[in-house]
Design a protein around this ligand. Structure first.
Ligand code: ATP
Ligand code: MG
Ligand code: FE
Length: 341
């Protein structure tokens, strides 16, 4: 079964072709980051217009990359939500028009289910059940995943998402939008011994997290340094980046271990943009090497938004579970409300 996947929930237009026998055949992406950088954040109207410009050429590029034609498609999957309403409507319209024209099924995919299942696009892939640490720009959740559609939230952030904390902290350090990946790169040259920041809720009994206080702690540190030295020199900035990253990684790792224990599972899956973070991966890999659990990640290029995870989740829904169809979008959509396999 050959599935075309279209992602347009935010500022990336992603299109991909996934074949249930042969795997991922093609994957094309256009990121609007540079366009939104000037405004310091995503401008929804500009995002929708750009998806309109990009989606068809990217679809054609995918078909060419895979040596396939529209007539070869068996289904079209698109991100139905959550996300920006106008942006979602672009993907929904194109997917529905294509499916209607070709007389094939259309599947509305939950964006977070896409992220959640994306580690299954890597080799070796994790078997069910597993604990998923979903760390993206808009969400930070620990979930018990027992199969396609069978998700229990074990804990989540009470305020900012991890990616959001990276981006907001980067902004207050004067780094260009979106600063998460830049902050992480600068942290590599930072001295871990110079500053120490709090580990919010690390010791709490539950699996919930909180990252907005960490951002405020960085702000206080920056003000203190500026008052003392007049400005922040590059090494000091790198040292602050390192202290921030150490704190966030400690919390994510600590909560993940607690979740594995609580769910009595031995496989951890990391998904979402922050899953690309090298220090987080190194910390989890080091613990996994001791043999108590296994850890799995999506391919690096598929951590942030992409069409491949949507094509894959669409294919899994068609194969194992009740797919949501129809021409509608759900800017807000609870993952727990999805039907299980
Ligand atoms: P959601 O999926 O919750 O709707 P989103 O689609 O915006 O949100 P993703 O595309 O999964 O989120 O991830 C983007 C986020 O990942 C951004 O906040 C970005 O800063 C962060 N990110 C990407 N790479 C890294 C990295 N190497 N280190 C830390 N954060 C990173
Ligand atoms: Mg994005
Ligand atoms: Fe996302």
């Amino acid at each position: 079964m050959l599935v075309l996947g279209i992602e347009s929930s935010c500022d990336e237009t992603g299109v991909a072709l996934y074949d249930t026998e042969q795997g991922l055949l093609a994957h094309q992406l256009h990121t609007q980051m540079a366009m939104h950088a000037e405004y310091g954040g995503v401008v929804p109207e500009l995002a929708s217009r750009d998806h309109i410009r990009r989606a068809i050429p990217l679809t054609e590029a995918c078909l060419a990359e895979a040596g396939k034609q529209l007539a070869d498609l068996d289904a079209v999957a698109y991100t139905q939500g959550p996300g920006l309403g106008g942006a979602l409507l672009v993907g929904a319209s194109i997917a529905n028009a294509l499916a209607f024209g070709l007389g094939i099924p259309v599947v509305g995919v939950h964006h977070l289910e896409g992220h959640l299942l994306s580690p299954l696009l890597a080799e070796p892939k994790p078997a069910f059940p597993f604990v998923a640490l979903l760390v993206s720009g808009g969400h930070t959740q620990l979930m018990a995943v027992r199969g396609v559609g069978d998700y229990d939230v074990l804990g989540e952030t009470l305020d900012d998402a991890a990616g959001e904390a990276f981006d907001k902290t980067a902004k207050l350090l004067g780094l260009d939008y979106p600063g998460g990946p830049t902050l992480s790169r600068l942290a590599e040259s930072g001295d871990p011994a110079r500053f120490s920041l709090p580990r919010p809720m690390l010791k709490s009994d539950d699996l919930d997290m909180s990252f907005s206080g960490l951002k405020t702690a960085v702000l206080t540190l920056v003000r203190h340094q500026e008052a003392e030295h007049g400005s922040i020199d590059p090494q000091t900035r790198n040292d602050i980046c390192r202290a921030f990253q150490d704190a966030i990684v400690d919390v994510l790792v600590g909560k993940s271990l607690k979740a594995l224990k609580q769910a009595n599972m031995a496989r951890l899956v990391v998904a979402g943009g922050v899953g690309a973070n090298k220090q987080l991966r190194a910390a989890l890999d080091a613990l996994a090497a001791k043999g108590r659990f296994e850890v799995f990640y999506p391919p690096l290029a598929l951590c942030t938004d992409n069409g491949a995870m949507i094509a894959y989740a669409g294919a899994m829904r068609l194969k194992y579970a009740q797919p949501a169809g129809g021409y509608s979008v759900k800017p807000r959509w609870d993952l727990g409300s999805l039907p299980a396999a």
